[in-house]
Design a protein around this ligand. Structure first.
Ligand SMILES: *Cc1c(COP(=O)(O)O)cnc(C)c1O
Length: 404
């Protein structure tokens, strides 16, 4: 254990020196990782309770994912979609089966999956539903986070994400999250889709009222509107099921996936839907140079296989119960409220005590890395390979931070 942190301050300063300040990272500099553990340049170890915003659901460098990546690196890495490669069919078929859908369209980042969903929904609206050209509307929720493109930030209600990036893409209607009447009232003959997170991660792991998602499903079906579920952060085991929608038996018309689909190794995203929806796209109408590349497919296929056994979903349920039980004991002891599902929790810290940022800085000093979402709210999302003892350790350190 190296006690005097000689390298860290310099390394933090260097890291900020040559980049735009679009992030405010905690003052740690990571150099290696395994499972739920990170090691910094001074040899200090930290429990990773952010897990790359859920991109690391299977932990750092999961042996099966690393092996899949290595094997693929030695054979073929990129072809573009101009040619077919031998990893493509398995990935698309196995992911489609996991989703219970006919078809998959692979992209790279989450924001690209969202853009894909918007384009497909609009085209479906014009070609299938019969919306007059150029009139399509999509209903979204207040407090949403769907990514950072110019179109997506236009319907963000977070001033940091939204302001100064206009003019904004028209065609979106924003309604309060969790209010079915408001959502229903926002739908008219021009509406092609409802785009929603089944749990709002960036908003602070906000779980909608019970019955809301089934209600959204019912309204969408009745009004001939596509339900687009952004499961980029909530999906792939995080909440204890494959998809957060599963908890209430809701099947969207399209799943939007990203983050953990890349196994913490490469950016992999996708949308999955039936042929009557994704089938509206013809050659030349959408694409991506790197989307569905051989390395991405090899890793993504292994991710799907890890999920197909249900083992990680089960871990998330079991260990999530332990995490939430421990967090609920801290309500009144520095925590005002706790929300979430599975290994995913949003905590509101008593604002009189400290900000979320301060809490995360103090947790880092105690060997646990987490991230504030805004104000005094922090999110905990350990990798699904975390152990009971590691959860207990994080809870002990959180209790110590809250006790001052
Ligand atoms: C992270 C995230 C995105 C955007 O993903 P990127 O890979 O960062 O573009 C979209 N939707 C949700 C719910 C997310 O959490």
């Amino acid at each position: 254990m190296v006690d005097d942190r000689l390298r860290t301050p310099d390394a933090v300063r260097d890291a900020q020196r040559w980049t735009a300040h679009n992030y405010h990272p905690l003052p740690v500099v990571i150099s290696s990782a395994e499972g739920a553990w990170l090691t910094d340049v001074d040899g200090r170890r930290y429990l990773d309770f952010l897990a790359g915003y859920s991109a690391l659901n299977f932990g750092h460098r999961h042996p099966r994912l690393i092996a899949a990546a290595h094997a693929q690196l030695d054979r073929l890495t990129l072809t573009s979609r101009a040619f077919v490669h031998d990893q493509f069919a398995d990935f698309c078929r196995e992911l489609a089966e996991l989703c219970g859908k006919d078809l998959v369209l692979p992209m790279n980042t989450g924001a690209e999956a969202v853009e894909t969903a918007i384009k497909v929904a609009r085209k479906w609206g014009y070609r299938v539903k019969g919306v007059p050209d150029g009139q399509a509307t999509i209903v979204v929720a207040e407090g949403n986070f769907h990514g950072r493109t110019t179109t997506i930030v236009g319907f963000s209600t977070d001033p940091d994400a939204h302001d100064d990036f206009g003019p904004y893409t028209p065609g979106f209607r924003i309604v309060p999250y969790g209010d079915l009447d408001a959502l229903s009232a926002a739908i008219d003959d021009t509406t092609v889709a409802v785009l929603i997170e089944p749990i709002q991660g960036e908003q602070g792991v906000v779980v909608p009222p019970e019955g809301y998602l089934p209600g959204v499903r019912r309204v969408c079906t009745e009004r001939d509107v596509l339900l687009l579920a952004d499961e980029i952060q909530s999906g792939l085991g995080r909440t204890g099921d494959t998809f957060a929608c599963d908890h209430e038996g809701v099947v969207p018309d399209m799943y939007l996936l990203g983050k953990a689909l890349g196994g913490g190794i490469v950016p992999v995203s996708a949308v999955a839907a039936d042929a009557d929806v994704l089938g509206v796209l013809r050659p030349g109408q959408h694409g991506s140079t790197f989307g569905g590349n051989p390395l991405a497919c090899a890793v993504g296929t292994e991710v799907v296989r890890l999920l197909a056994t249900g083992e990680f979903q089960h871990r998330s349920t079991e260990l999530g119960a332990r995490l939430h039980a421990g967090l609920h004991e801290l309500v009144g002891e520095g925590l005002v409220a706790v929300r979430g599902r599975g290994l995913w929790a949003g905590l509101d810290i008593d604002p009189a005590l400290m900000t979320g940022r301060q809490a995360c800085e103090r947790l880092a000093e105690r060997g646990v890395l987490a991230k504030d979402t805004h104000g005094s709210t922090i999110r905990l999302a350990p990798p699904l390979v975390v152990t009971e003892a590691e959860i207990d350790e994080a809870l002990t350190q959180l209790a110590a931070v809250l006790a001052g």
